[in-house]
Ligand binder design. Sequence first.
Ligand SMILES: Nc1ncnc2c1ncn2[C@@H]1O[C@H](COP(=O)(O)OP(=O)(O)OP(=O)(O)O)[C@@H](O)[C@H]1O
Ligand SMILES: [Mg+2]
Length: 270
Amino acid sequence: MQGIVVIKCGGSTMDQLPDSFFQAIAGLQAQGQEIVIVHGGGPAINNMLDRVQITPQFVDGLRVTCEDTLRVVEMVLCGSINKALVKRLTQAGAKAWGVSGIDGQTLLATKTPRPLGWVGEIKKADTTIPKAILGQGYVPVIAPLSVSEDGAETFNVNADVAAGAIAAALSAEKLIMVTDVPGIMQPQPDGTKAVVPATSAEEIQEMIQTEVITGGMIPKVQAALDALGQGVEQVVICRGTAEDLLGVCAGQAVGTTVRMNVNYVQRGGK
Ligand SMILES: Nc1ncnc2c1ncn2[C@@H]1O[C@H](COP(=O)(O)OP(=O)(O)OP(=O)(O)O)[C@@H](O)[C@H]1O
Ligand SMILES: [Mg+2]
């Protein structure tokens, strides 16, 4: 594989990620694979909000960020989570360098007009810093905070949206969205749920309307489609295991591959 691989590490699964997952990243890095990590932090943010007695609020899977919440989000994402990831990568033998979307205005945003509080709409993902870090032989580990053009305001951004924007700006070959489920799950006639191996924009709209896809999976699939629309070659939603990660990198069918449209799938395209 030649192109850049962006891995979005879901906050949902951060505590469960095994050493072997980070060792797999270290192994890929040692082979010369360029990897960029963007991480979330949902549960850790909620834990800290709980400790300071703020009740988390969500609309369509997106966090509502009041001013106090923003302070906690910045502290947890740029601080403890970012550094925890860098340390686990380092322990696994990878070279990792933590930054946030604020640094170097990597994620430039304006305040969303939606009633979500201090949430940014990304206007530009600047790849100068991620590329510089890659150029030094490190994995950039990016916390999904964004900054206004004048540098004065910080905005929260959903980590999937941030990862999609960074993957698109880097013209990444793959965006791998690591989460706490093995892919998009769909109810089966026998009452069980099964992973959807591949899906398209049309099917995703239907699954959102029929509430098969809810909560945090909504921004995830939307970010996946946006990234594909902006030139990322492949987006996969999967678990945070070495097996899944290495499988996706080797081109195997793992998790859910999101594609632009059904015809493309039927033609056997990527
Ligand atoms: N059809 C679906 N298939 C799988 N998961 C779904 C589906 N619909 C909703 N979900 C929910 O989406 C969740 C994953 O999104 P979530 O935002 O919670 O995690 P994340 O994006 O990995 O973490 P973070 O937001 O902290 O970065 C799953 O745990 C599941 O509860
Ligand atoms: Mg999420």
